[in-house]
Design a protein. Structure first.
Length: 438
């Protein structure tokens, strides 16, 4: 027989977050918009009328815990399935058992953690069994289901969005950890309320991070002569010296933050723009990616209102390439603030979009003969270049020659605004058009 040791006792060795995992809805903290009295998900659970669903939310907000509570409250066999360690073979084995259970009148609740890690073929394997009712599929994902879950499977599941926990909810959770027999209830621990709030703020809405931080702080605290654990500010500072902000360089949060940066600059808000830029850098984003987006912004949202914006953006890209992080953060801030404060014009962007629409929706128009090149005698015989007017030969440096195809004669794509330096461009263009139409 294998010898047991003190560390084989999971109640002692398991992490605090695991020991305190709620087992009932009354113990569950957070997600009041779904689980408050009378809310839709709570009613479905209490009435045992759950159907296939997806829990979508950031790490540490209770997706897995909620699925386990579901299993305990519903009359169904619970199967815990990991997308990280399972493949098509394992899916089929589980589905066969579920189908046998269905024929015997028993439902199977299949919980799939990190369901976004399954590829299309693996996700498709669930479809017939979800449709037949062999399984109730409950998936958990940190990624946007719209992008990561097959449309056919997603259409058969109700998506519930779980939010990060509020600071007051995390404080409630931490107090429970200090008093619960499953937590530190059997120990004498001195923790001030402001220290509890500091841990809650550091956790950034993540219950697991909050409990892990508290556990680390307690383990590393000194015990006085009375056997009391005293949590000091120095120990807490060591345990919270690096705040982990939600950021996935390839996932939805990546696009959320670059969108926030772009729209803050467009709204001429340098403070918000610098904040979102710094959030991306803190999450490990490649500074050259940010710099490339700034180059695009310089023409898309500033354009001819301040043509120097493009020069600044390109120069900042080069500076980031030369220096890299962490030194290049100030160069990115330089461009972000410049672009935020520059006059705005999207006339170039609108011109490109309007032109793209005509190209896609209309036949490919031939180049007018007068502006075709005629390097050979045959081309000249075919009237290539005939009627071309050389603008430099005129006093005005202008001609009335038509350069657009006949079907698009008179079409306007570039409509300059009166913002910044583009106002002068607008005035000049109006004079040119007036002269050509005279």
């Amino acid at each position: 027989m294998e010898q047991m040791s003190l560390f084989d006792d999971r109640s002692v060795s398991a992490p605090l977050a695991s020991r305190l995992r709620p087992e009932t809805l009354s113990e569950y903290v957070g997600q009041r918009h779904l689980l408050g009295e009378g809310k839709v998900l709570r009613r479905l659970i209490e009435q045992d009328q759950i159907s296939s669903m997806i829990f979508w939310g950031p790490p540490g907000v209770g997706k897995t815990t909620l699925a386990r509570i579901l299993a305990g409250m519903t009359r169904a066999e619970f199967v815990d399935f990991s997308a990280v360690t399972s493949g098509i073979k394992e899916i089929r084995q589980v589905m066969e058992r579920a189908e046998q259970s269905r024929r015997m009148g028993m439902r199977t609740l299949l919980f799939v953690d990190e369901i976004h890690r399954f590829n299309k073929a693996q996700q498709d394997a669930f479809l017939p069994f979800v449709e037949r009712g062999s399984i109730i599929l409950v998936g958990a994902t940190t990624e946007n289901p719209s992008f990561e879950i097959n449309a056919a499977l997603l259409s058969r599941c109700k998506v519930f969005v779980l939010k990060i926990l509020e600071e007051t909810e995390l404080c409630e959770l931490l107090h429970h950890a200090l008093t619960s027999p499953k937590g530190f209830g059997g120990q004498q621990i001195t923790v001030r309320e402001d220290q509890i709030r500091a841990i809650a703020r550091f956790a950034n809405g993540d219950a697991r991070t909050a409990l892990n931080t508290l556990e680390m702080a307690v383990i590393n605290s000194q015990i006085d002569s009375r056997g009391v654990v005293c949590l000091t500010d120095e120990t807490l500072a060591e345990c919270t010296n690096r705040r982990s902000l939600l950021y996935d360089k390839k996932g939805e949060e990546h696009y959320n933050l670059i969108s926030a940066l772009h729209k803050s600059m467009r709204n001429s808000d340098p403070d918000a723009a610098v904040y979102w830029m710094s959030r991306m850098l803190d999450g490990g984003e490649d500074p050259l990616y940010i710099a490339r987006r700034l180059v695009r912004f310089a023409s898309e949202d500033v354009g001819m209102a301040d043509s120097r914006a493009l020069q600044v953006a390109v120069s900042v890209y080069q500076a980031c390439h030369f220096l890299g992080m962490p030194e290049c953060n100030v160069h990115l801030a330089h461009a972000v603030v410049y672009l935020s404060m520059a006059p705005k014009s999207n006339a170039l962007y609108r011109a490109c979009e309007a032109c793209k629409g005509d190209i896609h929706d209309s036949p490919a128009e031939p180049v007018p003969l007068q502006i075709r090149n005629a390097p050979t005698g045959l081309m000249k015989e075919l009237h290539y270049g005939e009627g071309y007017q050389y603008a430099h030969d005129t006093e005005e440096k202008l001609t009335k020659m038509e350069c657009l195809p006949d079907a698009l004669r008179g079409r306007r794509y570039y409509e300059p605004t009166d913002q910044g330096e583009e106002d002068a461009v607008r005035s000049r263009l109006e004079k040119i058009l007036a002269w050509k139409n005279s």
